[in-house]
Ligand binder design. Structure first.
Ligand code: AMP
Ligand code: MG
Length: 575
């Protein structure tokens, strides 16, 4: 039965590729796609009831992405403008030197890819992650997209060093796209070499997993490999490039489409392709939207904007700064993607800039909600190409409301961080009052919130109750700390059910103790450069339960004041 279904699905798929573009939104097409989806689901259910121990037992699902317009040119050369296509077919470039597996996420392997972790022991697995082994079920693709970079339209960008290997529908019926980053040149490499270095790959690998466990929507990282293949990088942009090691991350997302995926087609006037792609994304990734509804693009924008504003509120809540919030780095599924020169706050400052290349601070911590709204407006402009004047007007009205939604979502996130449960006027102002004190005193954001939830409020002004709490001690130096505590107590009194122990429990559940601070990543990277991956793996483990006190983490000082040298760490776009 499974074989018949599989063959049938391939026939339908081929039929589809043939009929493809023009009829994409017709009833017939939608119906066929639905049937096709069901067939694949059946297919995957019968095949994948157990975890796979070998890659020979594992395969990609039938590639639906190939239904989208594909670049007719198949030879891989750079600096060309691709027209009328969403993807170019291109294979990864094999690494030449010995490949070592740095780390893998057991959780991602088991719960996303249905792989038994023992699969990582085989040479096939490292070859697969490095791009050296392309499975027969894979059709590697590079995606063509554009984007606004630092506020300016940058035209065609695309996957310059990433290969989308294929789609996988797992045991739970979830759809995941597997992508390699650092796997060689593509038609979109422009002046780049298609590679990624170990330091930035470790940062992306650890941070994507860490964000997941912090409860922040994100792409995932399944595995990371390194090889001695030389990659030349001017890390500090000081004119002294150095040779570094090449690394590849196998990363996963429900889809890798970005705001820039639609922007490029809209800006280039490729309206048919824009409509095909937008309809495909709605059909595949927005199950709550009827793909035939005339208002579907407005509904899509509404969902993307709400989820993206929720995402940025969550970033603010964990003190995360993305670093490069260009529209090509904004996921249409509102998950954090493309980790580059990101950073988590140590001492709170609203102008915290993790990216050394961002001289103006466009992408500093405090501006993220504003920038995300700016980016959403660019997405709205792209979608408006598909709309009549009236609907375009409605879309722009939606854009006008984004600031209010952003504030509401921020308010909820920070209310939880303060251990509060109901919505009261003035909550955002109370949060701002606290953040001002943190900024005035350079209080550590993560531990400041943690420790505020570890001491009884009625004793918080007494030195003996806070002397062990280094971040809280700093915060208490603020001139108006007592005024804040009084306002906080008054606010708590508005919730009669909210006992002191409940407040503390809520704060513990909503304030992580461990985040991937620059110095922690840096220390693990230094060891990994010498093939000692122990600290990368320790961090992966610690960051899987970031809200719980862990002896191992305390021994490593992960909740202590950052070391002095942390102030001098520089992270740039060079990766
Ligand atoms: P990012 O800042 O990593 O999001 O990358 C911005 C754009 O530059 C994307 O189109 C990337 O694919 C491309 N890019 C970045 N680094 C490289 C590289 N080493 N080789 C080729 N393309 C790159
Ligand atoms: Mg990017």
């Amino acid at each position: 039965m499974a074989i018949i279904l599989k063959n049938l699905s391939i026939v339908i798929y081929m039929l589809h590729s043939f009929v493809s573009a023009q009829i994409f939104t017709t009833l017939k097409h939608t119906h066929l796609i639905r049937n096709y989806t069901n067939l694949i689901m059946e297919d995957s259910k019968s095949q994948c009831d157990v975890l796979k121990k070998s890659l020979s037992e594992w395969s990609f699902s039938t590639p639906k992405l190939l239904l989208l317009p594909i670049d007719k040119v198949e030879s891989n050369y750079i600096r060309r403008n691709v027209i009328g296509a969403v993807f170019s077919k291109v294979s990864p470039t094999p690494l030449k030197h010995k490949i070592s597996l740095v780390s893998y996420s057991k959780d991602a392997l088991i719960n996303i890819l249905d792989m038994d972790p023992s699969i990582t022991e085989s040479e096939d697995f490292t070859e697969f992650v490095s791009g050296n082994l392309v499975l027969s079920s894979s059709v590697p693709l590079a995606h063509r997209y554009g984007g606004h970079q630092f506020g300016t339209w940058a035209m065609q960008l695309g996957d310059g060093r990433a290969h989308l290997l294929g789609e996988y529908i797992n045991n739970k019926g979830e759809h995941w796209e597997l992508q390699l980053k650092g796997s060689g040149m593509t038609p979109y490499s422009r002046d780049g070499d298609g590679r990624a270095v170990l330091r930035s790959s470790i940062r992306e690998f650890l941070c994507s997993e860490a964000m997941h466990y912090l409860g922040v929507p994100t792409s995932r990282a399944a595995a990371l490999v390194v090889s001695n293949d030389p990659v030349l990088r001017d890390q500090f942009y000081n004119g002294f490039p150095e040779l570094e090691k090449a690394a590849v991350v196998l990363r996963l997302a429900p889809t890798w489409f970005r705001f820039g995926s639609l922007e490029l087609l809209a800006r280039q006037g490729e309206v048919t392709t824009l409509k095909i792609l937008t309809d495909f994304i709605i059909q595949e990734h927005f199950p709550s939207i009827n793909p035939l509804d005339e208002d579907r693009y407005l509904q899509m924008f509404d969902e993307v904007s709400h989820k993206t504003l929720q995402l940025v509120a969550q970033w603010q809540g964990v003190g995360f700064t993305h670093g490069v919030l260009n529209t090509d780095n904004m996921s249409l599924l509102s998950v954090t993607i493309d980790y580059g020169p990101f950073g988590y706050l140590d001492a709170y400052h609203e102008r915290y800039i993790p990216n050394n290349s961002d001289k103006e601070g466009r992408y500093c911590y405090g501006r993220q909600p504003e920038i995300v709204i700016w980016n959403l407006e660019k997405l709205a402009r792209a979608l408006s190409v598909l709309l009549n004047q009236e609907r375009t007007g409605q879309l722009m009205e939606m854009v006008k409301n984004l600031q209010k939604h952003a504030n509401d979502k921020l308010s909820v996130v920070f209310r939880k961080k303060l251990g509060l449960t109901t919505d009261q006027p003035g909550d955002l102002q109370l949060t701002q009052q606290l953040l001002n004190l943190m900024q005035e005193t350079s209080t550590d954001f993560t531990m400041g919130f943690c420790q505020l939830g570890e001491v009884q409020l009625e004793h918080i002004l007494e030195p003996e109750h806070t002397k062990e709490k280094w971040a809280l001690e700093t915060l208490k130096k603020a001139k108006t700390f007592q005024t804040f505590i009084e306002a906080y107590k008054k606010r708590i009194a508005l919730e009669p059910e909210l006992t002191e122990s409940k407040r503390q429990a809520l704060m513990k559940a909503n304030n992580p103790r461990y985040v991937l601070r620059q110095w922690m990543a840096q220390s693990a990277i230094k060891k990994a450069e010498n093939y000692d991956f122990s600290e990368v793996n320790l961090l992966l483990k610690v960051l899987q339960t970031p809200f719980s006190y862990q002896e191992e983490a305390e021994e490593m000082s992960y909740s202590s004041p950052p070391p002095c040298w942390a102030r001098h760490i520089k992270v740039s776009c060079s990766s």
